[in-house]
Design a protein around this ligand. Structure first.
Ligand SMILES: NC(=O)N[C@@H](CC(=O)O)C(=O)O
Ligand SMILES: [Zn+2]
Length: 427
């Protein structure tokens, strides 16, 4: 007995939406056709919704262990499947950091218990993410990490980064980098060093604090041959450096977040609400344009949310003292579909590739494909119904989003991981 996702649509090679039904058996996609014989299988009515491969998000902060008041693996993995994400990679800036085999095992066990999205942990590059001593990459790989990063902080020392890349290359692991040169940032800076910070008389985070690491690391990746991936790219100069690196044949990829694609510093409300504070900051209007251009020309490889939950109390501390970060898992697809696809910036086919097959492919993961034989990680999307983003309905513990009140189409109605239904909207 299998399950049929019936009365749905899919996107064909030409990018058209065509009628489709999908049969799931033994956790895999067993058949895809315009119409399937019911044959006693369980039949689910997709009501004309788009059946897509489940989304893959390589940048998620799950906060457990250590910051369970912000998010737990269970609440974060639930938020993921509500947003159509079936595989999420969790960042190591937990307490303890993901720098030991024990912590990797703890996370994998908790994720299995939660039974929602598939969780693949990153391992920290350096012990406690302090930027000094490298972690035991081989042991972390054996325990099940998916790639290496110190996200949350930049690796300040070029020598440490180079040594990390050499060892990662030997083990076939990717180096994923939060690019931030601490020396170039005045402590307490919260906003991009641009017109808005200037108007408020606040010190700004300059673009070169990001791009200098991007440039440095592309040169080191060229030397070491490692696959190097840039987190949450935000500055136009960083996009240019990645474009040049790719042209020179360096194995460099990068991700952009929905918020950097849709917002710039000039959109931040005058009261400087801290739900607009994240790292890297919303940059200038030209940076946002460069990110969209980079996405269109293939310089930017994928979209990742940088889901970063914090409590409302922490975010009420004012723009300077509040922590950096916004949630993203439950709003990413509706925002991108409504504000990039329906506006004509990107095709739906391309948006879905940026969220599925592309992230899977650059990290060698067997997910993100709507194909017979592939693991049945699927999401069904209602492309018609308009809904308003309401943080009080989030499964995430975090309600810290600048997008509250935005009206979107493209809401996930059903999510399946390995053939099991892990989320279904009430009808
Ligand atoms: N992006 C953020 O603003 N914050 C992240 C850290 C990070 O991704 O750098 C967090 O852990 O809160
Ligand atoms: Zn980061």
């Amino acid at each position: 007995m299998g399950i049929i996702l019936g009365n749905g649509k899919r996107i064909n090679e030409a990018g058209e939406q065509i009628a489709a039904e999908v049969l799931i058996e033994d956790g895999r996609i067993a058949a895809i056709a315009e119409q399937l014989a019911r044959d006693g299988h369980e039949w689910i009515d997709c009501r004309g919704g788009l059946i897509s491969a489940g989304f893959v998000d390589v940048h998620v902060h799950l906060r457990e262990p250590g910051f369970e008041h912000k998010e737990t693996i269970a609440t974060g993995a639930h938020a993921a499947v509500k947003g159509g994400f079936t595989t999420i990679a969790c960042m190591p800036n937990t307490r303890p950091a993901i720098d030991s085999v024990e912590t990797v095992r703890y996370i994998l066990d908790k994720a299995r218990e939660a039974g929602k999205a598939r969780v693949i942990p990153y391992g920290a590059i350096t012990v406690r993410q302090l930027g000094k001593e490298l972690t035991d990459f081989a042991a972390l790989k054996e325990a099940g990490i998916f790639a290496l990063t110190d996200d949350g902080v930049g690796v300040q020392s070029s020598a440490t980064m180079k040594e990390a890349m050499k060892r990662a290359k030997e083990l076939g692991l990717s180096i994923v980098a939060h690019c931030e040169d601490d020396d170039l940032i005045t402590p307490g800076s919260a906003l991009h060093d641009g017109v808005v910070a200037a108007r408020h008389g606040l010190p700004g985070i300059p673009s070169e604090s990001e791009s200098i690491h991007v440039g440095r690391d592309i040169l080191l990746a060229e030397q070491t041959g490692v696959h190097y991936h840039v987190c949450h790219i935000s500055a136009k100069e960083s996009v240019r450096l990645v474009r040049d690196g790719k042209r020179a044949g360096v194995n460099v990829t990068c991700e952009v977040t929905p918020h950097h694609l849709l917002l710039c510093d000039e959109d931040i409300p005058e009261d400087l609400n801290a739900n607009w504070k994240m790292n890297p900051p919303l940059r200038g209007r030209e940076d946002r344009a460069a990110l969209i251009a980079g996405l269109k020309d293939g310089t930017i490889d994928i979209i990742a949310t940088d889901h970063a939950p914090h409590t409302a109390e922490e975010k009420a501390n004012g723009i300077v003292r509040a922590p950096f970060g916004i949630v993203g898992l439950e709003t990413a697809f509706p925002l991108l579909y409504t504000h990039l696809v329906l506006t004509g910036e990107l095709t739906l086919k391309r948006l879905i590739e940026l969220l599925t097959v592309k992230p899977a492919a650059i990290f060698g993961l067997p997910y993100g494909r709507l194909e017979v034989g592939a693991p049945a990680d699927l999401t069904v999307l209602d492309l018609e119904t308009e809904r308003t983003i309401d943080p009080s309905t989030f499964a995430s513990k975090g309600t810290n989003t600048p997008f509250a009140g935005w009206v979107c189409k493209g809401w996930p109605t059903l999510t399946m991981v390995n053939g099991a239904i892990v989320h279904r909207e009430a009808e």
